[in-house]
Ligand binder design. Structure first.
Ligand SMILES: [Zn+2]
Length: 295
């Protein structure tokens, strides 16, 4: 497997080059935070997810390791999937986390952001809210945020983090869905949930088995499927009542995505019929001011 090794060496070199050009800063608190993480355990839960979602997957699943995380000012978090590098503005994240008035929630917030970036690397896509021109950016953001929110309690349960409990994680997850500046993610997740709810209904999948639909979407995501290709496009056209995927894929901001999602009375009506809380949540998001300046 000389080719694999050669590409691995190439990647390492490219990685070193990229890292040496980063304007990284030092943070003792940040280093301590990274040291409290069980990196092998983190890799394990991502592998477990990949195995469950796609048992026949051929692509290897990778995440960033302890030494692949750099502290860089700018966006709160950023990732380079090809290099498996994560850039965190650790100080920025901590400043933002003071709103929780709770050091446990602040830590879980930081860990959740790290898992979100790891999900981008694991699924191999280079997604980001401000790079909305990439195809399927919202699906990628929503799915990767949902991955992070699902893996956070699992990670804490299996490997622990500073003696925090799964109950702490539940409290945190309830809290973030109510926080104003996390609403861009709430939209991306709401978008995925709407797709799943409508799809499950249209294809007569029992409501207690929406997990199947979620797994199907995730499988496509893990396989880097082109969500604008024919097969998928048909499905989404059926779900939305018209072919909205090209617009959705290019939505530059979360607000535009939300407007695309809610501009059809038919769609919202269908959603209200099957999932009232979700329809209410999307309407509520539409009425509230949304900041799009998030990672
Ligand atoms: Zn992201």
């Amino acid at each position: 497997m000389g080719g694999v090794r050669a590409s691995e060496v190439e990647r390492t070199l490219e990685k070193q080059k990229y890292a040496s050009n980063l304007n990284a800063y030092k943070s003792v608190e940040g280093e301590n935070f990274l040291d409290a993480i069980n990196w092998r355990g983190m890799q394990e839960i991502f592998e477990g997810l990949a195995r469950k979602i796609d048992p026949e997957r051929e692509k290897e699943m990778h995440i960033a390791g302890r030494d692949d995380v750099y502290f860089v000012k700018g966006q709160l978090a950023f990732q380079r999937p090809a290099l498996r590098i994560i850039e965190l503005d650790f100080d920025g994240i901590r400043a933002r986390a003071t709103k929780f008035n709770n050091p446990v929630l602040a830590d879980l917030y930081t860990l959740k952001i790290l898992l979100h970036e790891q999900a981008h690397i694991a699924t191999g896509g280079e997604y980001g809210f401000l790079r909305g021109s990439a195809e399927g950016v919202w699906l990628g953001e929503g799915l990767d945020e949902l991955i992070a929110q699902r893996l956070l309690p699992e990670y804490v349960r299996l490997y622990g983090f500073k003696n925090y409990t799964v109950e702490d994680v539940k409290l945190f997850l309830n809290r973030i869905t109510d926080e104003g500046d996390l609403r861009t993610y709430d939209i991306a997740c709401g978008f995925i949930e709407a797709v799943i709810a409508l799809f499950a209904r249209d294809y007569a999948i029992p409501s207690d088995n929406r997990e199947q639909v979620f797994n199907g979407l995730m499988r496509a995501h893990f396989r880097d499927a082109d969500l604008l290709s024919e097969g998928y496009r048909e499905v989404f056209t059926a779900v939305f009542g018209k072919d909205k995927m090209p617009e959705i894929a290019k939505a530059p901001t979360a607000r535009v995505l939300l407007m695309l999602l809610t501009d059809s009375d038919v769609l919202m009506m269908r959603l209200r019929d099957i999932d009232a809380p979700l329809a209410v949540r999307l309407n509520r998001l539409l009425e509230s001011p949304i900041k799009d300046d998030y990672k």
